[in-house]
Design a protein around this ligand. Structure first.
Ligand code: ZN
Length: 275
């Protein structure tokens, strides 16, 4: 599932490939529910003729700014993929939406699991539909400090792993980078968030940044599903230190890594050096 680094890679490409281009009439949804808001017919009508003025990321959402002041918001969820194609190119087997561009190409949205959503509206309309205002701070922003992380965690009694994945506490982390950050910080994923010492919070802050920056530098983590808009896989899987490495030797102490369930999610960690 794409997390912050993977969504950022897509945003970087769209910034380059979509900015300045204009949507044409005729957007179609092959799976109606992919149009999260408004319904497909109104979606197509409002998108027609709009020029893209910029592309940004907020948490795991892709925000495409339009010259009308509206935004096209894309949430890839588990398996969503954006790519460009000529109309004559055979469709992806799980194609869910075609958004034609005025230059003849189309932006296509494929999504095997069908959880991905496209939204279109003014910022005010969108706030009522997707909770962007409730999202926590961006970990790559300058104002994401050790102190900010400490104050947010100090109010949480639940497992630190679950807290890190809560988008209202911190934006953009999912299962992969929560596990990786906790391993780097040597913290047991089950620890109550409010029991971390100041030095542990500082180590966790550093671990979050290091695992995200490494992933960004490697084009993100792909496994089966995530692909860039060019259809490329990311190379970060080889950099992962614990995620899905259960049974393999810990890179720090050599003991076999474990897989447990925390907050309903498969969690990978070293029972010896994460305490
Ligand atoms: Zn270890």
């Amino acid at each position: 599932m794409p997390e912050l680094p993977e969504v950022q890679m897509v945003v970087n490409e769209l910034q380059e490939r979509l900015t300045g281009r204009r949507f044409a009439p005729g957007a179609t949804f092959l799976w109606e529910r992919t149009a999260g808001f408004p319904a497909a017919a109104e979606f197509a009508e409002r998108l027609a003729g709009r020029e893209v003025t910029g592309v940004r990321r907020r948490a795991k959402y892709i925000l495409v700014d339009l010259d009308s002041g509206e935004q096209l918001v894309i949430h890839l969820r588990m398996t969503g993929n954006l790519h460009f194609a000529d109309p004559s190119e055979p469709p992806h087997p799980h194609l869910r939406a075609r958004l034609p561009l005025s230059d003849g190409q189309e932006l296509r949205f494929a999504d095997t699991r069908k959880f991905g959503r496209l939204y279109l509206g003014t910022p005010l309309e969108l706030e009522a539909v997707i909770p962007l205002h409730r999202l926590g701070p961006e970990p790559l922003d300058d104002d994401f400090t050790v102190e900010l992380l400490r104050s947010r965690l100090s109010r949480r009694h639940g497992a630190i792993k679950a807290a890190l994945m809560d988008q209202a506490l911190l934006a953009g982390l999912g299962n992969i980078y929560a596990d990786e950050a906790l391993f780097r910080a040597r913290i047991d994923p089950r620890r109550p968030a409010d029991t971390l010492s100041d030095s542990e919070v500082a180590a966790l802050h550093a671990g979050i940044l290091a695992s995200l920056h490494q992933a960004l530098g490697s084009g993100g983590t792909s496994f089966r599903d995530y692909l860039s808009t060019y259809g490329r896989k990311g190379d970060n899987e080889e950099n992962l230190q614990v995620f899905r490495r259960n049974g393999e030797a810990c890179l720090r102490c050599g003991n076999p890594l474990q897989r447990i369930v925390v907050g309903g999610r498969g969690t990978h960690y070293c029972a010896v050096c994460q305490v």
